[in-house]
Write a protein of this length. Structure first.
Length: 623
C-alpha cells in the first residue's frame, strides 16, 4: 500500500516532464522561427520601399487626423498588416501628412499628386486648412493635383477642393451639410431608472452635463453654440468658394434650395455637384484609371497607374532612427492632445503627471531655450490641468519662454494649461474658452430601493459611508458646490492674472462659453492667430535664437521598446498595402451614431480628478 503513492508520483513527474519539454520545444520553435523571419525582413533589400522613377503620389487619407497618435503595440500593428486586418480606429499624424506633401513637392520622381480622401473619417477644420495650405504650396512646383473618389463627405471635400481637377463617379455624391452640435440627452432615462445625477457647476453656458439634467439643449447653450458654429461654417464656405472660384451664396443651406437644384439635376447628386461647380467631371473608375495611366504611365505590376501610396512614401522618406543633435539650441515642442486625466497617461491622452514630466524634461535640458505647448484638448481634470500649468510657470521662471499653440480645441482644461504661457497662438477656427467648472456625483439609492436592496449603518461623522448607494446629504452637496465655486474663482483668477484683465472682465466672457480663435483674440483670450510653425518662430524670437532645431519631446521608450518599434516598422514593408485607392470602404452610419452615444458616457466615465472637479468642454466637437 505504501508504494502506491510513490508510483503515482513517478507517473505524474514523468508526465509533467513530457509536457514541460514539449512546451519548451514549441516555444523555442516559435521564437527561432520569429527571429528567422525578422532577420530575413531586415536583411532582404528586395522589400525596401522604392519610389518609381515617374509616378503619382496617392494621398489615400484614412481614419482620423490627429496631433498625436494613441499608443499602439507594434506587435499588434504588424499582425494587423500581416493578416490584412483593419485598424479599429486608424489615425494619421498631421505633421506626417504635411511632411509628405512638402517632400513630394521637390521630388522629381513625383509627377502628380492624387488626393483620395474617401476613407477619411474625421478631421478638425484647423487640420483641414493646414493640409490645404500644404497642397497649395505643392502646386507652386507646377505639378498637377487631382482628386477623385466615389463620394465625398464635407471634411473629405474640403481636401479635394484644393485640387486642379476634381472627379467623382457618375453615381457618386457630395453634400455639404454645414456644422451642427447634436447630443443625446438622458434625463428621462435616468428618472425611469431611479438614478439621481447630482450636478455641481459654475457657468451659465457650462453645458457639458446638460444631458444628465435635461432632455433637450438649453436656450443658453443653443445661443452660444450657434455663434461659434456659424463662424466655422462661414470659414468653411470661404475656403471652398476660394478654391473652386464660387460665390458664397452658392451653398445650399435650406432643404428647399437643395431640392430645387437636385430636381434640375434629375435627382442625381453627382450631376448636382457638377452643375454647382463642386467638381470638374464625372468619371467612372475605369475612366479615371485610363486617364491616370496616360499621365504617369502604367505600374510595373497589375493594371493600375504608376503610384506610391501615402504610407509607403512616408516609409521611404522617414529616417528609421530619429537623430537629434545634442549640441544645437532648441525650441522644444510638447504635445498635449486628448482628455486631461490625472496621473501618467499614454500618448493620445494628457496625463497630469506624464505631460508635466515632458515639460520638466525640456526645462532641465540646457540646450532648450524655448518651449511650444501644442494643445488639442477639450479639457478634463482640473487638478491635472493645474499640475501641468505649474510646470509652465517653472519654465518661465527658468528663463525659457513658453508659447501655447492651439490646434482644433483648447477649451476648458485645454485653456487652463495654456493661460500662463508668454503668448497664446490659435487658429481662427480653434474652439477655445469654455472657462467653467463642474462636478457630478450620481447616486443609485432609489434604483436599489426598488430592487429591494438597501444600505444602512452608522458612522462617526456625516462624511462616513458617503457613496453611490446612499442619498446625497444636502449639506454634503453644499460642500461640493463650495469646492466647485472655489475652482471657478481660481480659474478666473488664473486668466485674470495671465491675461492682464480684471476678474469682472474675465467672468463676462467666461461662464463656460465657447469661442472661436478669431473671436477669442478680439476678447483678449488669445494673442495671435497662426499655426504651429508660427508659434515655433515666435518662441525662437522670444528666446533670441537665430539658429536652432526643433525637438519634439516625447515619452521615452526603453532601449528594448525602441528596438522593437523600429524593427516592426521596417518589417511592415514585407506586407504591402493591397487595397487600391479605386476601392471604397462602407460608411457605417448607424454604428457611428451608437458609438457617439456610448462616447457621451465614456467622456464622463474616464475622468479621474481626485477631487471630482472638472473643466471639460463636451460641446466642442461638431458633427
Amino acid at each position: 500500500m505504501s508504494e502506491k503513492p510513490s508510483v503515482i508520483k513517478k507517473v505524474f513527474k514523468k508526465l509533467w516532464l513530457i509536457l514541460n519539454t514539449s512546451r519548451k520545444v514549441f516555444l523555442n520553435l516559435v521564437f527561432f522561427g520569429f527571429v528567422i523571419i525578422l532577420y530575413n525582413v531586415l536583411t532582404d533589400d528586395s522589400h525596401e520601399v522604392k519610389v518609381p522613377a515617374k509616378t503619382a503620389l496617392v494621398l489615400n487619407f484614412y481614419g482620423t487626423i490627429v496631433e498625436q497618435k494613441q499608443t499602439v503595440d507594434p506587435a499588434d500593428a504588424i499582425m494587423q498588416e500581416a493578416f490584412d486586418q483593419k485598424e479599429e480606429n486608424p489615425e494619421m499624424l498631421i505633421t506626417d501628412i504635411k511632411n509628405v506633401i512638402k517632400t513630394a513637392k521637390d521630388d522629381n520622381r513625383i509627377k502628380t499628386l492624387v488626393l483620395y480622401p474617401q476613407n477619411l473619417k474625421r478631421a478638425g477644420l484647423h487640420h483641414l486648412q493646414e493640409i490645404g495650405t500644404a497642397i497649395n504650396d505643392f502646386k507652386q512646383s507646377g505639378k498637377e493635383v487631382i482628386a477623385f473618389g466615389d463620394y465625398f463627405s464635407q471634411d473629405q471635400y474640403h481636401i479635394a477642393s484644393h485640387a486642379d481637377k476634381v472627379w467623382i463617379n457618375p453615381e457618386g455624391a457630395i453634400v455639404l451639410e454645414g456644422y451642427g452640435r447634436y447630443r443625446t440627452y438622458f434625463k428621462a432615462a435616468l428618472d425611469k431608472l431611479n438614478i439621481t445625477a447630482h450636478v455641481f457647476k459654475v457657468g451659465t453656458y457650462k453645458s457639458a452635463v446638460e444631458p444628465y439634467l435635461r432632455d433637450n439643449m438649453s436656450d443658453n447653450a443653443k445661443e452660444a453654440n450657434k455663434q461659434w458654429l456659424d463662424q466655422l461654417w462661414t470659414s468653411y464656405k470661404h475656403d471652398i468658394a476660394e478654391n473652386r472660384n464660387l460665390d458664397m451664396a452658392n451653398f445650399d443651406e435650406t432643404a428647399v434650395g437643395l431640392l430645387e437644384k437636385l430636381e434640375k439635376a434629375e435627382g442625381s447628386f453627382a450631376v448636382y455637384a457638377l452643375q454647382s461647380g463642386l467638381v470638374d467631371e464625372l468619371r467612372t473608375r475605369e475612366q479615371i484609371r485610363l486617364s491616370m495611366i496616360d499621365k504617369v504611365g502604367k505600374a510595373k505590376r497589375g493594371n493600375h497607374f504608376s503610384q506610391i501610396n501615402y504610407k509607403d512614401y512616408l516609409k521611404a522618406n522617414k529616417a528609421p532612427f530619429p537623430v537629434v543633435n545634442p549640441m544645437t539650441d532648441k525650441v522644444a515642442i510638447v504635445v498635449a492632445k486628448g482628455a486631461i486625466l490625472n496621473g501618467d497617461q499614454e500618448p493620445g491622452t494628457i496625463g497630469g503627471d506624464s505631460t508635466a514630466k515632458l515639460l520638466r524634461k525640456a526645462r532641465l535640458n540646457d540646450k532648450v531655450k524655448a518651449v511650444v505647448l501644442r494643445v488639442d484638448s477639450g479639457g478634463g481634470s482640473a487638478y491635472a490641468s493645474e499640475i501641468i500649468r505649474q510646470e509652465v510657470e517653472l519654465l518661465k521662471a527658468a528663463g525659457k519662454p513658453v508659447i501655447a499653440s492651439m490646434a482644433n480645441y483648447a477649451a476648458s482644461g485645454g485653456y487652463w494649461i495654456s493661460a500662463s504661457a508668454n503668448e497664446i497662438w490659435a487658429s481662427p477656427n480653434t474652439i477655445t474658452g469654455s472657462i467653467g467648472i463642474f462636478g457630478m456625483f450620481p447616486t443609485f439609492d432609489r434604483a436599489l430601493d426598488k430592487l429591494g436592496i438597501h444600505t444602512d449603518g452608522i458612522g462617526t461623522t456625516d462624511l462616513s459611508g458617503l457613496g453611490v448607494s446612499r442619498p446625497l446629504n444636502k449639506d454634503i452637496g453644499n460642500i461640493i458646490q463650495a469646492s466647485i465655486n472655489r475652482g471657478y474663482k481660481e480659474f478666473l483668477t488664473l486668466v485674470s492674472e495671465s491675461r492682464g484683465m480684471t476678474l469682472e472682465q474675465v467672468d463676462a466672457i467666461a461662464q463656460g462659453r465657447v469661442w472661436t480663435g478669431a473671436k477669442a483674440q478680439e476678447l483678449g483670450l488669445v494673442d495671435k492667430l497662426g499655426n504651429l510653425d508660427d508659434a515655433v518662430i515666435a518662441a525662437a524670437d522670444r528666446a533670441g535664437l537665430k539658429a536652432y532645431d526643433t525637438w519634439l519631446v516625447e515619452k521615452e521608450l526603453s532601449a528594448k521598446d525602441m528596438f522593437i518599434r523600429n524593427m516592426f516598422e521596417t518589417a511592415q514593408t514585407f506586407f504591402p498595402e493591397t487595397e487600391s485607392p479605386m476601392m471604397s470602404v462602407s460608411n457605417p452610419t448607424l454604428k457611428q451614431r451608437i458609438m457617439t452615444m456610448i462616447n457621451e458616457f465614456e467622456s464622463i466615465n474616464q475622468l479621474n480628478d481626485p477631487k471630482g472637479v472638472y473643466s471639460f468642454c463636451l460641446v466642442c466637437e461638431v458633427n
